[in-house]
Design a binder for this molecule. Structure first.
Ligand SMILES: NC(=O)c1ccc[n+]([C@@H]2O[C@H](COP(=O)([O-])OP(=O)(O)OC[C@H]3O[C@@H](n4cnc5c(N)ncnc54)[C@H](O)[C@@H]3O)[C@@H](O)[C@H]2O)c1
Length: 450
């Protein structure tokens, strides 16, 4: 790293304390952290300067959110489609530099960090080049487009001391933090099952996005967009709807399942690939030429716990994750968390005894009530505890944590290893679907095997 850059980084680190914000464990805030809502003025020397690569649907959210955070400044934006240079300047101001070449951002010594929001098939190359150039990186989920990409990304990041955070944002939410606190405190006892589900039922939810009206090979570098994928003639639908094809996207697994897996990894403190996965599904609803399933139920074994996750683009259903144990259930969803304790004992005489003759049944029921009935007025009043919080998909807390780590050099939770493991769950779900066979992760060969 050049000296001038190093000095500035050192300065940023030294002043990290000034911006630190603590989200008290367990505090559920209706509004985002107050210090995020009212940015203070931060002197230029104390700012983290970032560049963004990919200013499409997600990049727009990242950029819009990041430029509103205190102590953070966008200096450059890169995209292969010139319309998105115009958009980036609309968001971050006319003075930012725009280019089609992300390596220009990596060569820029004034840039500390790179936000990566390109389609999945480009994640690896941009991340590997960015950390090698000495940049801290926020890379969108799913971290990798293949297991091999993930292995290379982990190795590249580990060769450096760069901060790398992957962008499954809910792991930074207060709702996930509260779920983790409840789980760690033993609230649900012995965990025996996790189930998670999410469904959509509309063309936009199924990725049938309208391409930009002016898109053409004149304002888009189509060959570079294809990257390492097979060459194809310019296709605006492919540009907008790349998620539908496995050559560029990672299916509903990489788009949606990865959020469920990342949230689960965080709450349970799991940081490893699933041991096994068995997936089913098919293309039931959106027969538009896509080659990734639109219905994708998956059974995993994670650290000896069965995990059942099901995704569908065919029927709308709320996103919810249930952590189920001997003492109850934690249910996590976008704006809420509930904890329902279960005593795990009979609360009524066993219905088995209805199948006995009266002389035995009556005696059993009489004795049971004598032994168990509470005194009148002392009946138990079981309760469900619920919390409401800020949207767990809000980008602000996750970006905030990233930029704080850039300053403090303290590690992030959702680092490159965490992101690799979450992505491996998605790749295993996909491989099992395509191979029509259960699969497992083989750590020795770092590959998925049937
Ligand atoms: N965290 C989330 O909730 C969330 C939500 C949506 C998307 N994402 C992720 O964000 C990423 C981007 O998705 P999107 O929906 O914004 O896609 P998009 O197609 O809308 O935007 C991607 C942009 O990247 C540009 N691009 C592609 N290759 C490039 C390259 N080599 N150099 C520079 N620019 C390049 C494209 O021109 C395009 O403008 C994906 O990995 C996706 O999974 C995350």
């Amino acid at each position: 790293m050049p000296k001038s850059d190093f000095s500035r980084r050192e300065f940023l680190q030294a002043s990290a304390g000034a911006l630190s914000v603590s989200l008290a464990p367990g505090a559920i805030l209706r509004d985002p952290d107050p210090s995020l809502a009212s940015p203070r003025s931060v002197p230029p020397s104390d700012r983290v300067r970032f560049g963004i690569v990919g200013v499409g649907m997600e990049g727009t959210g990242l950029l819009t959110t990041a430029v509103q955070l205190p102590g953070v400044e966008c200096v450059a934006a890169c995209d292969l489609y010139d319309g998105r240079h115009e958009l980036a300047r609309e968001i971050a101001g006319k003075s930012i530099r725009t280019t089609r070449r992300y390596k220009e951002l990596l060569d820029d010594k004034a840039i500390d960090a790179i936000l990566i929001a390109v389609p999945d098939h480009w994640h690896k190359q941009v991340l590997v080049d960015a950390v090698a150039a000495g940049k801290d990186v926020y890379c969108e989920k799913p971290m990798s487009h293949s297991p091999a990409d993930g292995v290379e990304m982990v190795a590249a990041a580990k060769k450096t001391d760069r901060i790398v955070q992957i962008g499954a944002q809910r792991t930074s939410s207060v709702l996930c933090a509260k779920a983790k606190e409840l789980y760690d405190s033993g609230a649900i006892g012995e965990l025996s099952l996790v189930e998670a589900t999410y469904g959509r039922n509309d063309p936009t939810g199924a990725w049938q996005y309208p391409p930009p009206a002016d898109l053409s090979p004149d304002n888009l570098d189509w060959d570079t967009w294809l990257g390492s994928a097979p060459k194809k003639p310019f296709d605006p639908y492919l540009f907008a709807r790349w998620r539908c094809w496995k050559e560029y996207g990672t299916g509903v697994a990489g788009d949606l399942l990865v959020h469920l897996i990342s949230g689960m990894q965080f709450v349970l403190g799991i940081n490893e690939a699933p041991k096994r996965a068995s997936a089913f599904g098919g293309i039931f609803r959106w027969k538009d030429g896509r080659n990734t399933p639109d219905v994708h139920p998956v059974l995993f074994e994670y650290a000896n716990v069965p995990v059942y996750m099901r995704l569908t683009l065919g029927t709308e259903s709320p996103e919810v994750t249930r952590f189920m144990g001997s003492k109850g259930i934690i249910e996590l969803s976008e704006f809420a968390l509930s904890y329902t304790p279960q005593p795990g004992i009979d609360l009524a005489p066993s219905y088995y005894c209805y199948g006995l003759p009266s002389r035995l049944k009556d005696a059993y029921f009489k004795q049971w009530h004598a032994d168990h009935d509470p005194k009148p007025g002392e009946e138990p009043a079981p309760q469900t505890v619920s919390y409401r919080g800020n949207d767990y998909d809000d980008l602000r807390p996750h970006l905030w944590k990233f930029f704080q780590s850039v300053k403090s050099r303290k590690p992030v939770v959702q680092d490159v290893v965490f992101g690799h493991h979450a992505a491996l769950g998605c790749h295993m779900a996909n491989e099992s679907y395509y191979r029509k066979s259960p699969v497992y992760w083989d750590p020795a060969s770092q590959t998925i095997k049937s």
